[in-house]
Design a binder for this molecule. Structure first.
Ligand code: UD1
Length: 426
């Protein structure tokens, strides 16, 4: 298993290109199940998660042409050969569950494993199933699998979600494109990745309006065609590097950044005393902190356009170095503070009380061996390690490879000193 050795203390100076968004790419890839024509996705992030989904799609019969390291991925679902998504492929990555609705829409039936819980919480799929049932799918849960059929086809439906769920909104939207009649999704999630998916589906001939608002209308069509679509830039990756620059100090410009999607984070960084120059037209975000101390700022995670849960761990790393006390509230997932004890190993002063973490800023963090627990938690340890005195070793970094493309290369190009070593090298 690989580890990262981070020599802390260097300021970051330079430019970092932002990759395509993992969370968008995963749903865009699934869209290939809805058509027998080829789909080409450009600006694709090369990540463990996107490669993993490509394998599942291949299992279902999709022809995937995506050379290693290439940012263009060709998907051709002309002939599906299976409608079964096995446990091992869904358990490892929750987004795989989103093949269920598209498979029913395309083939009339499907058998997809339930994803189960994950490190950050129970994460049920009841809202996904509610939407599919409303569209006329007959669902049975047997031995950990959802067995679904829609013998008479899927029909448009009115779905009012009890809470906004990104995955359920996207799943329902994908499925409704081929249902007969109109589907209305109320209390839909408003994350920018949902808009990206709607743009792609509309370019395939779908009729979706309102994506990005809490009410989405989808007028079902008989057939979708192929398309070429560029994956939107990753707002979480951009936000992560912004916080790395703020924590380490220096002057970093993020290129190709989805500035409009990062409003809540930009506001919090400015409150913390970081200079942020945001240029939406040029798609750049410049982060500057030279010498000044960080101010503590409290934050509560919220569905978009609020502060994203996927940046909560990174913000906690930053606040552990601020003057004063900040309260960080997690409202989306019930168990998303696993990074707190690891940050404490680096000298942070954090007390977790239920859904709140009280972070008392310390003047300096000091290096220690730490363990990555989930994707975003892992990168918060990298941020802390960059600012800490000495050499921090982050273990179990396979989590990082799920969601961050060329992380060491991008940060080292700005003056960081991060080295990947395998266990045997120690
Ligand atoms: C997506 C993102 C993830 C991000 C999350 C919230 C992807 C691949 N992942 O995850 O990075 O952290 O949005 O922005 O896009 N819920 C239910 N029932 C359901 C579905 C969800 O109770 O059927 C709950 C979840 O447990 C959670 C909340 O709703 O507490 C929000 O989850 P959701 O928006 O669905 O997150 P994901 O789509 O899984």
């Amino acid at each position: 298993m690989d580890k990262l050795h981070i020599k802390g203390g260097a300021h970051l100076n330079g430019r970092i290109p932002v990759s395509g968004a993992k969370n968008s790419a995963l749903k865009l890839m699934v869209a290939c199940l809805l058509t027998d024509e080829p789909i080409t996705l450009t600006n694709m992030p090369n990540l463990a998660d996107t490669r993993f989904l490509a394998q599942l799609l291949e299992t279902l019969g999709v022809e995937v042409y995506w050379p290693k390291g290439d940012s263009t991925c060709h998907l051709n679902g002309a002939e599906l050969k299976s409608t079964i998504a096995p446990y091992d492929q869904v358990r490892k990555m929750r987004a795989s569950f989103n093949v269920l609705g598209p498979l029913i829409a395309r083939s009339g039936h499907a058998t997809v494993s339930l994803p189960g819980g994950c490190a950050i919480g129970a994460r049920p799929v009841d809202l996904h199933l509610q939407a599919l049932e409303a569209m006329g799918a007959d669902l049975r849960v047997e031995q950990g699998y959802v067995k679904a059929a829609a013998i008479h086809g899927l029909k448009g439906a009115h779905v009012n979600f009890a809470m906004p769920s990104v995955g359920a909104t996207e799943h329902a939207m994908l499925t409704a494109t081929l249902a007969q009649g109109e589907t209305v999704l109320e209390n839909a999630a408003r994350e920018p990745e949902i808009e990206d998916l709607a743009v792609c589906l509309n370019s395939m001939g779908a009729k979706i309006t309102g994506a990005g608002t809490s009410k989405i209308r989808i007028e079902g069509v008989e057939k979708l065609s192929g398309t070429t679509h560029s994956v939107m830039p990753d707002r979480i990756e951009a936000g992560t590097y912004a916080m790395a620059a703020a924590a380490a100090g220096g002057d970093v410009t993020l290129e190709g950044a989805p500035v409009a999607a990062l409003g809540a984070m930009i506001g919090k960084l400015r409150e913390a005393g970081v200079t942020v120059e945001a240029d939406e037209a040029a798609a750049t975000l410049r982060i500057i902190r030279n010498g000044s101390r960080l101010k503590s700022v409290s934050v509560s995670t919220q569905p978009h356009p609020g502060f994203p849960t996927d940046l909560q761990a990174q913000f906690m790393a930053l606040m552990s170095l601020a003057d004063g006390t900040s309260i960080i509230r997690e409202t989306i997932f019930e168990n998303r503070f696993m990074h707190a004890p690891e940050l404490s190993r680096l000298g942070a002063d954090i007390t977790v009380r239920g859904q709140e973490a009280v972070v008392k800023g310390v003047p300096q963090l000091t290096a220690a061996p730490v363990m990555a627990t989930d994707l975003r938690a892992s990168v918060s340890l990298v941020i802390a390690g960059l600012a800490a005195e000495g050499e921090t070793v982050v273990n179990r970094i396979y989590h990082l490879d799920r969601g961050f493309e060329r992380l060491e290369a991008k940060l080292n190009a700005c003056g960081a000193s991060i080295e990947r070593r395998s266990e045997d090298e120690d």
